[in-house]
Design a protein around this ligand. Structure first.
Ligand code: ZN
Length: 310
């Protein structure tokens, strides 16, 4: 299986972020932990029932960061799959709940409903034929027949697509279509999270990462061996500087900056989010990795409760 593993973005207020993704979008809160490199801040994970690869959107709530600005070298839009028949439901829901959204458009033959989260993160729902038969989280107010089925993919805004296309090939993607200035790539052998669109915008202003920006995109490797093979090809054939493997508790990761300037990660499918709490109670308490457990009281005292939405 290839495709997106997770997407990590930067939020402002943690409670507002949690409220939007669970109540408004109906995702499951699958993990409440801290940023391992910055334990004073949360790392929040939203996905399907188990946090399957291809469904996980994670946030670093960094309220001190300035607002990001879209542009070249950043992910422009993160897209979710919904059944084709659900697009109307969502347009109506966004009106009712006051979510900033755009008119429904057709892209690559699919209906796309663009919207933004409270920090201005660019998102879209894409109506996909047949997605109604895929599983969805049933524990929210969103009726299951309309619920989000994981990622559709992401749109990257780049100066030039060519070198990035070579890197995407290593990650399991191939070009399948072009429309206007967009090139569509699809991951071989998977449905969820299998689309990357590159929009070429030569000479356009570079983006600036901040609140409301995607921090990085993580791509799937089924195991350590596949990850090591991808690393070798990225280094040898594409001269990428790829980090050594880092243990993120729920997956094992390597990072590099792709030629267009976006941070890419390769994350293993294993071991997953039930490694340190049962599936039934995922996301209900603060989980810390063993190396931070000794500092729990101090860490908890710093974190703002997630239920109080301003
Ligand atoms: Zn990541």
């Amino acid at each position: 299986m290839s495709g997106l593993h997770h997407v990590t973005a930067i939020a402002g207020d943690a409670a507002r972020n949690h409220d939007f993704y669970t109540r408004v979008l109906g995702l499951r809160f699958v993990k409440k932990t801290v940023n391992y490199d910055d334990p004073g801040t949360y790392h929040l994970y939203f996905g399907d029932e188990t946090g399957s690869p291809g469904t996980i959107l994670t946030f670093f709530p960094w309220g001190h960061m300035p607002q990001g600005r879209g542009g070249v070298g950043l992910t422009q839009t993160t897209t979710y799959r919904v059944p084709e028949s659900a697009i109307g439901y969502w347009a109506h829901r966004f009106v009712e709940l006051g979510v900033k959204h755009e008119a429904i458009e057709k892209r690559f033959g699919e209906s796309v409903l663009g919207f933004t989260d409270p920090d201005g993160l660019g998102l879209a729902l894409v109506g996909v034929a047949g997605a109604e038969s895929e599983k969805a989280w049933a524990g929210s107010d969103v009726p299951v027949e309309h619920a989000i089925r994981g990622f559709h993919g992401a749109t990257l805004l780049l100066d030039d697509a060519k070198a990035t296309a070579g890197v995407l090939d290593v990650l399991g993607y191939e070009e399948v279509a072009r429309e206007g200035s967009s090139i569509r790539f699809k991951a071989r052998g998977s449905d969820v999270g299998n689309v990357i669109d590159i929009r070429e915008a030569k000479g356009f202003l570079p983006g600036r990462m901040g609140r409301g920006s995607v921090h990085h995109l993580a791509f799937r490797a089924k195991d350590d061996q596949e990850q090591a093979d991808m690393r070798r090809r990225l280094v040898e054939e594409h001269r990428m500087h790829v980090t050594e493997q880092i243990d993120r508790n729920y997956f094992r990761s390597m990072y590099f900056k792709e030629p267009g300037g976006i941070i890419f990660e390769i994350a293993t499918d294993q071991p997953g989010f039930s490694i340190d709490e049962p599936v039934e109670s995922l996301g209900t308490k603060l989980v810390l990795p063993p190396f931070l457990e000794g500092r729990r009281a101090q860490i908890e005292a710093h974190l703002v409760p997630l239920k109080e939405v301003a």
